[in-house]
Write a protein that binds this ligand. Structure first.
Ligand SMILES: Cc1ncc(COP(=O)(O)O)c(C=O)c1O
Length: 362
């Protein structure tokens, strides 16, 4: 069977499904150039292997189920108290946990958005409504956030999948209004590390109904390890912790998290590299016929394909034949067959993506 015959027909629900893709295509994992998951191109912090070596002897014990040392380090890093932090097995675990623990009667998702909000709410039996954002606002909130009678709202800052930032005053206004109305706001800051000054964590104490979601996956490049955390008022943290499964965060992940938070130099280099490469990739994409990238503040770019003879899916398939993986974004609620998303990677890799796309589109 030739490789092009085995290219999957269906759009997967997430980017980064590289094990499945490589198996389907009969390739080794390392042969694929993955632009479909948004992982820091610098790789993980250099202190991680040593942190794992040091923690390895401890795996004969159950992990510290309270993640005490990592929680303390996170508290110091974010300028909060340990009681305002809950560590989870990736931020996805905490999304499911919030849906279960808060038991909302109804939820609203500001869309397009990460699909696991909707799945988690469905799994918890919560009815879901949507507020769809407009392309003209780069898919950030373009009207006052309307909870539509819901008691839980999901919103991402920066927006996903556009990477645009909602103006701080608009975000603060939305958080204040929901809080006054007793509506929980789950603010997904999974990518905010690239623009840390935009985090709402400094206002957490003002909003007892605010839950801020953070991830180690993207910025620290450890998606395979599963580590994230939630920042919220101690009362909310206790509610969620009460229904969290024990030992969901393993010993090596806890040790890695601590090593990540120590490396301030790596953080600065990551922000600088992503800023430069995002600009390079943006310009390169905009120069290709019919491509319209959206302005982004993080390590991915949403792109609109203004070429009637192509869809994001057909472009994705054509690129797969060159072993390059992009995210067909047509299955995000509020987007359509013209939208795809690419990660910002290193210069050589970004150049390879642009060449592969040029080859297909020209
Ligand atoms: C916007 C957003 N939030 C949260 C997540 C979950 O990340 P993780 O569970 O790896 O922390 C993702 C993953 O793709 C995402 O795109």
């Amino acid at each position: 069977m030739s490789m092009s015959n085995s290219i999957p027909e269906k759009t997967p629900p997430h980017g980064g499904d590289v094990y499945h893709l490589a198996r389907t295509l009969g390739l080794e994992l390392r042969e694929l150039l993955d632009f479909s998951a948004n992982i820091n191109p610098l790789g993980f912090p250099p202190g991680i292997p040593e942190a794992i070596r040091e923690a390895l002897p401890e795996i004969v014990h159950y992990p510290d189920r309270r993640c005490l040392e990592l929680t303390r380090d996170l508290a110091a890093y974010h300028g909060l108290s340990p009681g305002e932090i809950l560590v989870g097995n990736g931020s996805t675990e905490l999304i499911y946990l919030a849906a279960r623990a808060l038991k909302p009667k109804k939820a609203v998702i500001v869309a397009p958005a990460f699909s696991e909000y909707e799945h988690a709410l469905q799994a918890a039996g919560v009815p879901v409504d949507f507020q769809i954002t407009a392309e003209s606002q780069n898919f950030t909130l373009d009207a006052p956030l309307d909870p539509k009678g819901a008691d839980l709202v999901f919103l991402a800052q920066p927006a996903s999948p556009s990477g645009a930032l909602l103006a701080p005053d608009l975000l603060l206004e939305a958080a204040a209004r929901l809080d006054d109305a007793g509506v929980f706001l789950l603010l997904d800051e999974a990518f905010v590390d690239f623009v840390e000054e935009a985090s709402l964590k400094t206002s957490l104490a003002h909003f007892p109904h605010l839950l801020i979601l953070r991830s180690f996956t993207k910025f620290f490049a450890i998606p395979g390890m599963r580590l994230g955390c939630l920042l919220a008022a101690p009362e909310v943290i206790r509610r969620l912790a009460a229904v969290q499964e024990p030992w969901s965060v393993n010993t090596l992940a806890q040790a890695m998290g601590r090593a990540c938070l120590k490396d301030v130099d790596y953080m600065a280099r990551s922000r600088e590299l992503v800023r430069e490469e995002r600009e390079y990739l943006f310009q390169g994409l905009a120069a290709l016929p019919g491509l319209q990238p959206f302005p982004s503040t993080v390590n991915y770019l949403l792109v609109k394909l203004n070429r009637p003879e192509f869809t994001a899916h057909s472009l994705q398939r054509a690129l797969l034949a060159q072993k390059v993986v992009i995210r067909d974004a047509s299955n995000f609620r509020g987007l359509d067959a013209r939208f795809f998303r690419v990660a910002v990677r290193s210069r050589g890799e970004n150049r390879r993506l642009l060449e592969a796309m040029g080859h297909v589109l020209r």
